[in-house]
Design a protein around this ligand. Sequence first.
Ligand SMILES: NC(=O)C1=CN([C@@H]2O[C@H](COP(=O)(O)OP(=O)(O)OC[C@H]3O[C@@H](n4cnc5c(N)ncnc54)[C@H](OP(=O)(O)O)[C@@H]3O)[C@@H](O)[C@H]2O)C=CC1
Ligand SMILES: O=C(O)[C@@H]1CCC=N1
Length: 273
Amino acid sequence: MDSFPTLAFIGGGNMARSLIGGLVRTGLPATKIRVAEPVPALRYALAADFGVAVYADGPAAADGADVWVLAVKPQVMAQACTALADLAQTQRPLVVSIAAGMPSARIDGWLGGAQAVVRTMPNTPALLGAGATGLYANPAVDAERRAIAETLMKAAGLTVWIADEALMDAVTAVSGSGPAYVFLLAEALQAAGEAEGLPAEAAKALAVQTLVGAARMLGESGEDAATLRQRVTSPNGTTQAALEAFAAGGFHELVATAVAAAVRRGRELAAAG
Ligand SMILES: NC(=O)C1=CN([C@@H]2O[C@H](COP(=O)(O)OP(=O)(O)OC[C@H]3O[C@@H](n4cnc5c(N)ncnc54)[C@H](OP(=O)(O)O)[C@@H]3O)[C@@H](O)[C@H]2O)C=CC1
Ligand SMILES: O=C(O)[C@@H]1CCC=N1
């Protein structure tokens, strides 16, 4: 990736750290990455862990970088972009946003207009190259810049282009927030194991490896989730008893309600930003 453009991350929090870790892991030289992060401890940790150049403010990091990755919270996006507007008008970078909910047109407007904006939604397994990212490009993004955005996010794992920007809130609700749902299931399974008398360490090890093993089967077997589930479920056995309890508790409806709440929140964040 030696010929890859220079990147400036605006915001060096949790998601930026995962993306930077993924990029460095796949061989992007740290000298290609700059990060603007106002919190000194976060800034210094990024410099120490990955060898990237760090700055206290956005314009200092962005000046001269080919790609700006906007990695601040949606609530501060307006302020972060406005501070970059003069530079954006003279330098015309490729702008890649990772913010939940925030429409590309608003980012474009805060940057002064006529900007090439790719709105993306990655997730934290990016740190291991095991992420999933949805991408939407506004009409100002040409084929070459589309390819740059895709290469950038491929360092984080799977990429999926989304043609209709309105669907980016659904991407956020499924895969952006999704790792938290899996971690919640791990917590619940561990707690249930403990409630049934397992020592805490054993419950944790069994719950974690079960999720890791099942996820690998989903990813590597080529079989769909329903088929794999049925193979675990002996007629009138233990799994059937558990699955019936899930169904009686409205598991599918609960997941749908949770995803709908995340979609709604994405739209609210756009309105509040
Ligand atoms: N966490 C996740 O799993 C995912 C997050 N996202 C998106 O990524 C974005 C960042 O989320 P996340 O990493 O969790 O949030 P964090 O709060 O961890 O990171 C954002 C960082 O940006 C800093 N910041 C605030 N204003 C500026 C500025 N003007 N210039 C530079 N840095 C600034 C913040 O400092 P301070 O705290 O002082 O404000 C904070 O350290 C959000 O828009 C979110 O929607 C997308 C996918 C997944
Ligand atoms: O919780 C959030 O708003 C962000 C977006 C997706 C994951 N984390």
